[in-house]
Design a protein around this ligand. Structure first.
Ligand SMILES: NC(=O)c1ccc[n+]([C@@H]2O[C@H](COP(=O)([O-])OP(=O)(O)OC[C@H]3O[C@@H](n4cnc5c(N)ncnc54)[C@H](O)[C@@H]3O)[C@@H](O)[C@H]2O)c1
Length: 352
């Protein structure tokens, strides 16, 4: 299958791209590198020894999308491109609506014009908001509590209306819980720019001595040890869910939203202990007041993924934390460690 991967140089995109190539699909990455490095693509190429195309472009640039799609003629799109920080979305809501919602509308229009009717979309468990019951199943009400979550909610609506407009359109909307970890090679992983927003990269940077200590927001939640509990999913399992979704989408038509998690939760203190075990280092932390908008527990009901995709998570938090530490210790500065920007241009020329 020919698959166009928007945001394919990013954290989840690069791991998924690798598996797409390993499954012998052809790929074109469409990314503006606003939050990623071409070095990730160079490493995917090294790991797979497979060629793929790269276009440096913004998903809001419909002409650039049309050019890329007319020449590559994708049969399916995996759409990762977008902004993902909850905090930033509160201070820059218009940027989030523009990149995420407008970007997706432009992409769907380009798909319509070029005869591509299949999309796998990166949604998020944040669409659910405060839990009415747990675990969250896909019919749990969607009441996101921040602009980022609302962009995902609106995109889901746009995609489902789009699919309903023509029988040949198909969408699989994957609602990720908390992706963590890295490829076992330690060559690709999560490369947050600046101070990490997510827990695991933050803890690994504390373990590495780059950050002084972790702040834990509240230890009085109704969980095993009082700290927040989340359903973490290994990025390798998540990547495999995309390959399963592509396969499913080739056999089915319509629009399905599907949770991607393990169905099990881990608390902040449990994650700290796992990183300590993986790294052999102490992770200093302090308990501070709860943060507004945080919820106690978020866990996925994963039965639909098993039923429709035949997919189930294989890894637990020990493997997630070991691989996250392996990546961090091999790449203390992420992708900046080994290559400067001058090499990035070379890669783009090479592969586009
Ligand atoms: N990482 C998480 O915890 C998480 C959880 C749930 C959902 N998601 C969603 O999964 C997707 C991928 O997340 P990630 O963690 O890999 O993020 P990421 O920032 O590492 O990857 C996003 C990629 O998209 C590119 N991009 C951003 N805006 C673009 C635009 N307008 N045009 C073209 N390219 C653009 C970036 O350069 C980057 O390569 C996002 O849509 C995110 O909202 C992520």
């Amino acid at each position: 299958m020919r698959v166009l991967v928007t945001g394919g140089a990013g954290y989840i995109g690069s791991h998924t791209l690798l598996q797409i190539l390993q499954e012998r699909h052809e790929a074109l990455v469409f990314d503006n590198f606003s939050n990623s490095s071409p070095e990730a693509l160079r490493r995917v190429r090294r790991l797979t020894n497979v060629d793929f195309q790269v276009t440096n472009g913004d998903v809001r640039d419909e002409d650039a999308l049309l050019r890329a799609m007319r020449s590559f003629r994708p049969e399916a799109i995996v759409h990762f491109a977008g902004l993902k920080s909850v905090g930033e979305s509160n201070s820059q809501p218009l940027e989030y609506y523009s990149q995420n919602v407008v970007g997706t509308i432009k992409l769907l229009r380009a798909m319509e014009q070029t005869g591509c009717g299949t999309i796998v979309f990166s949604s998020s468990a944040t669409v659910y908001g405060e839990a009415r019951y747990l675990p969250y199943d896909e019919s749990h009400p969607s009441q996101p509590t921040n602009p980022y979550g609302r962009t995902k909610h609106f995109i889901e609506k746009v995609i489902s209306d789009w699919v309903a407009s023509r029988p040949e359109f198909t969408a699989v909307v994957l609602r990720y819980f908390n992706p963590v970890g890295a490829h076992p090679s330690g060559l690709i992983g999560e490369h947050p720019s600046g101070t990490p927003n997510n827990l695991v990269p933050y803890i690994t940077q504390v373990a590495a001595g780059r950050l002084a200590r972790l702040r834990i927001y509240g230890n009085d939640y109704p969980t095993r040890d009082g700290t927040g509990e989340r359903d973490y999913i290994h990025v390798e399992d998540l990547a495999r869910a995309h390959v399963a979704a592509l396969d499913y989408a080739s056999r089915f038509s319509g629009c399905e939203a599907i949770n991607v998690g393990t169905g099990r939760g881990a608390t902040v203190l449990e994650m700290i202990r796992e990183i300590e075990a993986a790294s052999g280092r102490k992770v200093p932390y302090e308990i501070v007041a709860r943060r507004e908008g945080d919820i106690a527990t978020s866990i996925a009901d994963v039965r639909k993924a098993e039923r429709l995709l035949g997919w189930k998570a294989q890894y637990g938090i020990a493997e997630m934390c070991r691989s996250a530490w392996h990546w961090q210790s091999r790449n203390p500065n992420g992708y900046d460690s080994s290559h400067g920007p001058e090499n990035h241009g070379a890669l783009l020329e090479e592969v586009s």
